[in-house]
Write a protein that binds this ligand. Structure first.
Ligand code: SF4
Ligand code: SF4
Length: 383
């Protein structure tokens, strides 16, 4: 007898439900429905973004660090149709850059931006500022930045602001992003029948704990659209890797999971766009597996898995996970500006200043990262 695994079961169930669940706001099981763009004879593959019914190219454009609208425009010409930015990226300038790139093409695109949780009035004002900067009168997806624990899902001011923005047509769908405690947040959203969050942007890459993959599956089966970020596991360039190019393999690994509707790697140059675009041409194979094995070994002691296990361990309140993320931006992405901007968002208590007078570090990373050493480096680089 042929067996059917859980993942495939969800896909089969979703396929049967497609006709009804493509309607915006409809509920029910819906994993990524896949189709190829044959009209343009290009290799662009599109999947449905959960219950939103939006059709997204599996390669989305993470614009966070993009300063050249030409690269974004070229991606759009090639068939990439979803672009991710945020109110806070580059102090608001990033939305202006995206706005320039999408001029004249708005109806064919899925535009996502993010705002921080704050008072209802502040969140509405921030969303309106995003619309102005982007030069559009509606967003497709508005995310609240960086939920950390399940209590964030029910934050009344956020919920009221999102409901109001949806009601007034300023955004079509809403969701949140998460860099820590991802599995708990994905599951909590999936299990709540009242869940207003249509989309979750989550860290997901080949170094992620398998529990995150399982939670993504549960959320996708509940109709939530899943978008993956940090797909290149820090983007480190390791000399030990020689000519092996791990980043296409890392992206293919993520896109191989059909519960993920799309990934949004950063693309600063035409070369990076080309490299990522070609990923859609092939499937994840044994060579990719081998490459990622070597890449994984090379970054094992550097790469934060965003598991959140260190949260709350420091008796002085130092935010080890956030500071490790700053180090990844600096060392992996090679972007000291982004690292410094992320550091600047921390409150004074979360910074590693307390480490200076601390006799012994009691924080233990679940993956063996050298916490005390990392905190010393963070202090030297950013404080
Ligand atoms: S050294 Fe470790 S325990 Fe001490 S303050 Fe820094 S992070 Fe906290
Ligand atoms: S520093 Fe270690 S424990 Fe903390 S989130 Fe990263 S991998 Fe997990």
């Amino acid at each position: 007898m042929k067996t059917i695994d859980r993942r495939r079961f969800c896909r089969v169930a979703a396929g049967a439900a497609v006709a009804t669940t493509l309607l915006p706001g409809a509920s029910g099981r819906l994993a990524a429905q896949e189709q190829t763009n044959e009209v343009k004879s290009s290799p662009v593959i599109y999947r449905t973004l959960g219950r939103t019914g939006l059709s997204c190219s599996i390669l989305g454009f993470g614009a966070m660090r993009s300063s050249d609208p030409g690269v974004i425009r070229r991606a759009i010409e090639l068939g990439v149709n979803n672009i991710d930015t945020a109110r806070g990226y580059m102090d608001g300038e990033n939305e202006v850059i995206v706005g320039k790139a999408i001029q004249g093409r708005r109806p064919q695109l899925v535009i996502t931006t993010k705002i921080r949780a704050a008072s209802k009035e502040r969140m509405i004002a921030d969303a309106e500022a995003s619309l102005k900067a982007l030069g559009t009168d509606y967003l497709d997806i508005l995310l609240v930045h960086s939920f950390k624990n399940t209590g964030d899902l029910a934050q009344p001011e956020s919920l009221e602001a999102l409901a109001e923005l949806k009601k007034t047509g300023k955004t079509r769908y809403v969701g949140f992003s998460t860099h820590t405690n991802m599995a708990d947040l994905l599951r909590a959203a999936a299990k709540n029948p009242e869940n207003p969050y249509d989309v979750i942007l989550t860290v997901y890459n080949f170094t992620s704990n398998s529990d995150v993959g399982d939670a993504i599956h549960e959320a996708a089966c509940a109709g939530i659209g899943i978008v993956a970020m940090k797909t290149q596991a820090g983007g480190y360039k390791e000399k030990k890797m020689g000519n092996l190019r791990p980043h296409p393999a890392a992206l293919r690994w993520v896109l191989n999971n059909s519960d993920v509707s799309c990934a949004i790697p950063a693309m600063l140059t035409f070369e990076q766009l080309e490299e990522n675009f070609q990923v859609m041409n092939g499937s994840f194979g044994w060579m990719d597996r081998r490459t990622l094995h070597r890449y994984g070994q090379a970054i094992d002691r550097k790469m934060c898995r965003f598991c959140g296990a260190c949260t709350g361990q420091c008796p002085h309140g130092v935010s080890v996970a956030d500071l490790t993320r700053c180090l990844i931006y600096n060392d992996g992405y090679g972007d000291p500006k982004l690292a410094a901007a992320t550091y600047a968002e921390l409150n004074h208590r979360q910074t590693p200043e307390a480490c200076l007078s601390c006799a012994e570090c009691v924080v233990r990373c679940a993956y063996g990262l050298p916490v005390a050493e990392n905190m010393r480096r963070a202090m030297k680089l950013f404080a």
